[in-house]
Write a protein that binds this ligand. Structure first.
Ligand SMILES: *Cc1c(COP(=O)(O)O)cnc(C)c1O
Length: 825
């Protein structure tokens, strides 16, 4: 029987929606019709959408409950949502109504869109993946929820001052966040610090007791996530840290008012800022507290929901699946054990079985600097009971290893959850692997490397635990919303089914050579490039021609992603133009976008070099119609939505074996850019899918890279000696050609690229890269052939929908099933 809701639900006709907007303008914002500025209309629209989202959210919750469905909870320290209003309008299928209403009210949707700040509660790929997954869960009517932290300050804003990146705080809620719902009534009390006392039951059994803890309050904020079609709304529940009143009062009673205020300020610090690095472990107490805060709040919420159903605790894994997005929430292993053993009083073995069957772990990177470890001493201070539990987990686990591999002391040392030297540390990745029933990588190559390089001992012990789930992206945001002209063209040709069944894009294959369709696709691309050109000139002052090839590298600035390789190629092309008089087969505009972690010197220097090279080239009349270099500041989801539809060439050039998957590569290819890429991450699968003839491959393979690095056989001077092109670029760098006022500015880079310790092998791949790019620019000049390849890229990217990824997680790891509403079955 369909669940009953007794409140009056809002209808979504154009008339009702407009009435709602005007009603919120007056009653929520206190403004008259005459005072309707675009910003207040944006807020009124958001509130009107929220009313409708809440209706569907309540209906969805009742539906999942009535079905007694198993739920999946996604724990992630980051969510990179991007703007929500436009996405909600699209997914609720209200685009036409909203366009019409807004134009009646005298504003355009684009004008309003630009007013919404991106909620940037993530750094890059990992957080964006979590956001795409939520969209897919809701679209596929799957009972899944996201849990995260309600940071007060999101990822810093990047501004360029005097040719460098400068970071500014991102107070993303400055204009309110009208879409979220505060849930004070469901706040969670989070115990932390204190010590463990040994107590005993009357029967003599051991009862360790956590005492003298302090507490922080976690207040949930719910962000409704609506699936395409507007039927199912799942929740992203973000916890904000607040001081606990009771705790304040305790100290207050002791007369130390100032101390109690200090404690309050400290408590609220926990959700104050997002740590601004990707793939780097922090080792800071506040970060450990953040991770624990997320884990405690989420698991408290999950167990509360489970217990409300009056089921036997042994049924927990039949109703709850928890996915750990990287190791940041790996404390879940200890926290679930604490709940089962200390609170529910289960015997250890039973608690362990339940924990293991509930948890699953996704690894995101192989980089050694990203492996999280927490000093035992710190954990003893912050989480004394959890540390004790981790030690007991490890003791029992090592016993099991000893049984399987007797006497293998080195193996025990490698597999231990505790690293003994030089300082005792908890290895969070090991904890996550030991405590989970599934461990997955995020592309076929990466998942192999997880088995062979990262966790070979664990793979030998538990081969069946390891699996692959290649990442995906949501076609709703990354095609339907970001590229409306291409989406319309596709829908005119194939109908709209592709939006929720991306494999249907295959239907475009026969149209790749259809002159009328190809012309239309080329026209759409040119239109998108003109829009981007407009954005570029208005934000940077640089004029670029939409007739040039748009070559884009947009992603975090990181040495392994090799923005430098791209830049070296540009420098060579520039020198050939101005010194050799060589005219490239087609003019090119190179666009870079990306943030550098504030403490990452090399990355910030790379930005400075891009800007310096750009300034020299863009001013040089000899290169004026042939070459431009742009740095688009403050890369974020809303900027990605402008870049992706306008790219002809997508740069995916990381050193083989370093990029776990990449998802930027998928966005570009889906929108018809051709990739220049290495055999790394999901590039390999993209190339297979679109066909090698529609993908520009270059560079060393992972085994070649591994071999070179492990033998110490990389000698950059060999490449320097063999290739005049390399000497030419490096000489220009060391001579200060791009920094006339400061000729030594980039000498260190010259030295670095020539150092045998340069881990990313720039010079080894440079010539292959240059040749491949030359081929590309030549091919680009043949519009017909290029457009056919572009269409085939779009047509064959269906498998990279996050709907496919989520369907695999649901079937192979979570065992959850769609619970669609009656009218969507
Ligand atoms: C997709 C996306 C990323 C990830 O890009 P990669 O090229 O996979 O590193 C990072 N940031 C933003 C804003 C994105 O949209």
């Amino acid at each position: 029987m369909p669940p009953r809701l007794r409140h009056t639900q809002k209808d979504s006709t154009e008339k009702a929606l407009k009435g709602s907007i005007l009603d919120h303008l007056a009653h929520s914002l206190g403004k008259t019709y005459e005072e309707r500025a675009p910003r207040s209309l944006a807020t009124s629209l958001a509130l009107s959408l929220r009313d409708r989202l809440v209706d569907r959210m309540l209906e969805t919750r009742a539906r999942f409950r009535a079905a007694g469905a198993k739920r999946m909870y996604y724990l992630s320290i980051e969510y990179l949502l991007g703007r929500c209003i436009g996405n909600n309008v699209c997914n609720m299928r209200l685009d036409e109504h909203v366009d019409k209403i807004l134009s009646d009210l005298g504003v355009t949707i684009d004008e309003m869109r630009e007013l919404e700040r991106d909620p940037a509660l993530g750094n890059g790929g990992l957080g964006r993946l979590a956001a795409c997954f939520l969209d897919s869960l809701a679209t596929m009517h799957l009972p899944g929820y996201g849990y995260g932290i309600h940071y007060e300050y999101g990822l810093f804003k990047q501004v360029i001052e005097k040719g460098r990146q400068v970071e500014k705080p991102d107070y993303w809620m400055a204009d309110g966040m009208p879409l979220q719902l505060e849930r004070r009534d469901q706040a969670v009390l989070v115990p932390i610090y204190g010590r463990v006392e040994d107590h005993y039951f009357p029967d003599g059994s051991f009862l360790p007791t956590w005492v003298d803890w302090e507490d922080i309050v976690g207040v949930p904020y719910d962000v409704p996530i609506v699936g395409f079609g507007g039927k199912t709304v799942v929740l992203l529940r973000l916890f904000a840290a607040k001081a606990s009143e009771s705790f304040d009062m305790q100290i207050f009673d002791q007369g130390d008012y100032i101390k109690s205020i200090h404690q309050k300020v400290y408590s609220e610090l926990v959700s104050k800022i997002l740590y601004p690095s990707e793939s780097i472990s922090f080792g800071r107490e506040l970060r450990l507290v953040q991770e624990y805060f997320l884990v405690f709040c989420s698991i408290r919420d999950i167990t509360r929901r489970f217990l409300k159903q009056n089921r036997n605790i042994d049924e927990f894994p039949n109703y709850v699946a928890i996915q750990l997005n990287d190791t940041h929430p790996a404390l879940s292993v200890a926290e679930l054990m604490r709940v089962f053993v200390d609170e529910r009083r289960l015997p250890w073995e039973r608690a362990w079985e339940l924990t293991n069957r509930t948890l699953a772990f996704t690894n995101h990177t192989l980089m050694p600097e990203s492996l999280e470890m927490w000093p035992v001493e710190l954990m003893q201070k912050v989480l004394p009971r959890h540390l004790q539990i981790i030690y007991e987990i490890n003791r029992r686990f090592l016993q099991q290893v000893e049984l399987t591999f007797p006497g293998d002391v080195n193996r025990l040392r490698r597999m231990s959850v505790i690293e003994e030297t030089p300082v005792k540390q908890v290895r969070m990745a090991n904890l996550a692997v030991v405590g989970s029933h599934s461990v997955n990588g995020v592309s076929a190559l990466h998942s192999e490397l997880v088995k062979t390089r990262l966790f070979p001992d664990y793979h030998a012990l538990w081969p069946k635990k390891f699996n692959n789930k290649t990442n995906g992206i949501t076609p709703r945001r990354w095609l339907y919303k970001a590229n409306p002209s291409l989406a319309t063209l596709i829908s005119d040709a194939l109908g709209e089914g592709w939006v929720t069944d991306l494999d249907q894009l295959r239907g475009l294959e026969p149209l790749a050579d259809d002159p009328a369709f190809a012309d239309a696709v080329a026209k759409v691309k040119r239109g998108n490039k003109a829009l981007l050109a407009h954005y570029i000139v208005s934000t940077t002052g640089i004029t670029v021609s939409p007739d040039a090839a748009f070559d884009i590298q947009a992603k975090r600035i990181h040495e392994y992603k090799r923005q430098l390789l791209n830049l070296m190629g540009i420098i060579l092309q520039y020198l050939r133009i101005v010194e050799d008089g060589i005219v490239p087969p087609s003019p090119a505009v190179y666009v870079f976008a990306g943030k550098a972690a504030p403490g990452y010197f090399e990355a910030k220097e790379i930005i400075r070099l891009i800007l310096a090279v750009g300034q020299t080239i863009n001013r040089d009349k000899r290169a004026a119609d042939l070459l431009k270099v742009v740095f688009a500041a403050d890369y974020r989801v809303s900027v990605a939505e402008k870049l992706v539809p306008a790219a002809d060439i997508s740069e995916q050039i990381s050193t083989a074996g370093t990029e776990a998957s990449g998802t930027g590569n998928m966005k570009f290819s889906l929108n018809g850019a051709l990739t220049v890429g290495t055999l790394d991450g999901a590039n390999i699968e993209i190339r297979q899918a679109v066909g090698p003839e529609n993908f520009y491959l270059f560079g060393l393979t992972t085994p070649e890279v591994e071999d070179m690095l492990s033998r110490g056989a990389y000698n950059p001077w060999d490449y320097h000696a063999a290739h005049p092109e390399i000497r030419r670029v490096l000489d220009a760098l060391s001579a200060g050609r791009f920094t006339p006022g400061d000729p030594g500015a980039f000498h260190w880079l010259h030295d670095k690229l020539l150092s045998p310790n340069e881990r990313y092998l720039h010079l080894a791949d440079f010539m292959a890269y240059v040749r491949t790019k030359d081929d590309m620019l030549r091919d680009y000049a043949d519009t017909r052939a290029w457009t056919a390849k572009s269409i085939l890229n779009t047509a064959r990217m269906g498998v990279f929908s996050s709907d496919r990824t989520i369907a695999q997680y649901a079937r192979e790891i979570w065992d959850i099933h769609p619970v669609p509403p009656e009218d969507a079955k």
